[in-house]
Write a protein that binds this ligand. Structure first.
Ligand code: COS
Length: 384
């Protein structure tokens, strides 16, 4: 749903310009230093990029899902590390509170996330619990008006920068599956929280992950999202429905940038006395990439419209994430092939994209988890 085309176009134009003039020139430096320069982060905050998805009443831009994905397409015409800096505030870090939080929780946390004053992180994955999220072992034991948290969370995006965690922990030790899990809002400065070393990753330099270790960390009981224990797994799953649509939009944006660069190279690079874009085997790679990119873009917009219309979209979000992330990997692979030797060399930047996009098929649910979600829902719907 696009509420006002004119207003949206102004936003899209300014994001496009910011990406072209400020972020693209900084890509190599960010990859080299593994750090996004502070002035760029401040500019992102000032543009409202940390609050795109947070409603206006809490200080955000309150974009509809369709407006959000169109904005993400633009924001991701550069290294996806930049989006990642704001990404947990836009998605998995804030959405649990937005979807299931109490009015007081929303009022306390969302304005600070929208402005970027707080960086929010989503702490679900553990050393022993990844795809099987319901098996998580971090415990939260009731103690008067508090809960005492113990356990380790792993690969937590933006944890080194986080002010607040949306944490999933087991409040009912007698229930080893989903129903025993609650979601908490945890202040990152709480006693009993330690951070592991920043992970050394294959790509996405400038975006940081690390372990978060909870040792007798005291969290007020009023910080359970929604106020009721036992609903945390569902909050996490609803958050991931939104997150998967968002990741699919990233895939479309980055794939578009990769394909633009590959096309430019193919038109400019000459071999056998002519541009390599004249050769049909190169054209086939360009055309196949364009076709599946268009298909993914169409899927993402459809999921967003379903979400805006209040329709069920768990299956469609999983389909879009599955297709778009696999598409992005294929487009990056073909782009390396089109660039040939240059594609393999760091100075051209394409090998960086190739490494960066690999995570898109893994986080917020691997491709195999998306397949499971899709098939499970198909079978459930068939049974009526
Ligand atoms: N929205 C609302 N509720 C949902 C839901 C959704 N999208 N998906 C599941 N639920 C509910 C189910 O309805 C069920 O509720 P009831 O017990 O009341 O029936 C409950 O949650 C448990 O669901 P289910 O039995 O399907 O859970 P499973 O343990 O089988 O796990 C998968 C489901 C595999 C899909 C889940 O663990 C998952 O998404 N894993 C990947 C985790 C992930 O993406 N990690 C990345 C971390 S962020 S980088």
């Amino acid at each position: 749903m696009i509420r006002d085309h004119e207003v949206l176009n102004i936003l899209l134009d300014s994001v496009r310009r910011f990406v072209r003039e400020r972020l693209v020139p900084a890509e190599a430096q960010v990859a080299e230093s593994d750090q996004i320069p502070e002035p760029l982060i401040e500019e992102m905050k000032a543009m409202g990029l940390f609050g795109l998805t947070i409603p206006e009443e809490y200080g955000g831009l309150g974009l509809s899902a369709e407006e959000e994905v169109l904005t993400v397409f633009e924001l991701c015409q550069t290294s996806p590390a930049f989006r990642s800096m704001a990404g947990t505030n836009l998605g998995i870090g804030s959405q649990g509170i937005l979807i299931d939080g109490t009015q007081e929780q929303k009022q306390t946390y969302l304005p600070k996330m929208a402005s970027g004053e707080y960086i929010a992180s989503f702490a679900l994955t553990e050393p022993g619990s990844g795809s099987d999220a319901a098996s998580l072992q971090t415990t939260a034991m009731r103690d008067g008006d508090n809960y005492i948290i113990n356990g380790t969370k792993r690969y937590i995006t933006n944890a080194p920068e986080a002010s607040v965690f949306t944490l999933m922990a087991r409040t009912d030790p007698g229930n080893r599956r989903a129903g025993g899990i609650s979601a908490f809002i945890v202040d990152a400065r709480s006693k009993g929280i330690a951070l592991g070393a920043v992970d050394k990753k294959m790509g996405l330099k400038g975006s940081h992950t690390c372990d978060v270790i909870f040792e007798d960390c005291v969290v007020p009981a009023k910080n359970i999202i929604g106020g009721k224990p036992g609903l945390g797994f569902k909050t996490a799953m609803k958050t991931l429905d939104k997150g998967r649509m968002h990741i699919a939009a990233i895939c479309v944006g980055v794939a578009q940038r990769i394909l633009n660069d590959a096309l430019k190279y193919a038109v400019e690079r000459r071999q056998f006395g002519q541009p390599i874009a004249n050769f049909q085997l190169v054209q086939a790679m360009l055309a196949d990439s364009k076709t599946e990119l268009y298909a993914a873009r169409t899927m993402v917009i459809d999921v967003a419209r379903r979400r805006d219309d209040g329709l069920e979209h768990t299956t469609e979000a999983a389909c879009a994430k599955l297709f778009a992330s696999e598409m992005c990997g294929r487009v990056a692979d073909k782009a390396i092939q089109i660039l040939g030797g240059a594609g393999y060399m760091a100075e051209y930047g394409m090998e960086r994209f190739y490494r960066d996009v690999r995570i898109l098929r893994i986080y917020e649910g691997t491709s195999q988890i998306q397949q499971l979600v899709i098939a499970k829902n198909m079978i459930r719907d068939f049974a009526g």
